[in-house]
Write a protein that binds this ligand. Structure first.
Ligand code: PEP
Length: 236
């Protein structure tokens, strides 16, 4: 399966960040593009700002979250239709920071994923256990439960992001990543792209992306600078 290398800029980036998209586009070769689809999920305020440069560079854009409704009295929220209108083709749903900071349940994540599909966006559904859950030997049961509760019918991407590996520099053992991706393949089925996320860097990307059933990466910190992000893309 062609890899998907996705960057999650989180709450980082002003209009000047268009220079990073341009710089990344300048680095991408035809061989890179043949091996990997490249996606950047900037803050929603930047989707339409970055769209012309991203389109010229062959880089897809995505949102980091969406509301389940198309429109209405939901102050401060952004619908999947609005993201699509701004030029996005993907949206991340159920990131652990959303689950933790905003109490998003599996049912809410599933509704957001379905909203993404309704708007013609590809949802990237995030799952992953906390450190306590892993230490208690419950990681696979937790992730299985999240998958069963969050995944929509139809087309979607899944990202396995252990909460304790996000932004910490910690990465699970390769065998643990592989075991979780086997489980995700079993639940999600063939043909679904399964991403790993959590402290992916140029130095560890090749080993992680070489594991069975790892079809790409969801990258936070290392996606902010074109040089680092390109290092991960080229490892694919
Ligand atoms: C993320 O937030 O999705 C993520 C994987 O972050 P980082 O790469 O910084 O760990």
């Amino acid at each position: 399966m062609k890899k998907l290398i996705a960057g999650n800029w989180k709450m980082n980036g002003l209009a000047a960040a268009a220079a990073e998209i341009e710089a990344l586009g300048a680095k991408l070769t035809e061989a890179d593009r043949a091996k990997a689809d490249v996606l950047v999920c900037p803050p929603a305020t930047l989707v339409s700002v970055l769209e012309p440069k991203a389109r010229a560079a062959g880089i897809a854009l995505g949102g980091q979250d969406c509301h389940e409704k198309e429109c209405g009295a939901h102050t401060g929220c952004i619908s999947a239709e609005m993201l699509a209108d701004a030029g996005a083709t993907y949206v991340i749903v159920g990131h652990s920071e959303r689950r933790a900071d905003f109490g998003e349940t599996d049912a809410a994540v599933k509704a957001k994923a379905e909203a993404a599909q309704r708007a013609g966006l590809m949802p990237i559904v995030c799952v992953g256990e906390t450190r306590d859950e892993r230490e208690a030997g419950r990681a696979e049961a937790v992730v299985r439960g999240q998958l069963e509760g969050s995944l929509p019918e139809g087309e979607f991407v899944v990202a396995y992001e252990p909460v304790w590996a996000i932004g910490t520099g910690l990465v699970p053992e390769e065998a643990d990543i592989a075991a979780m991706h086997r489980l995700m393949r079993e639940v999600a089925g063939p043909g679904v792209r399964l991403l790993y996320g959590g402290s992916v860097k140029p130095a560890n990307a090749k080993a992680i992306l070489g594991l069975d059933d790892v079809d790409g990466a969801l990258v936070g910190g290392a996606s902010l600078k074109a040089e680092d992000f390109y290092g991960i893309i080229s490892a694919a």
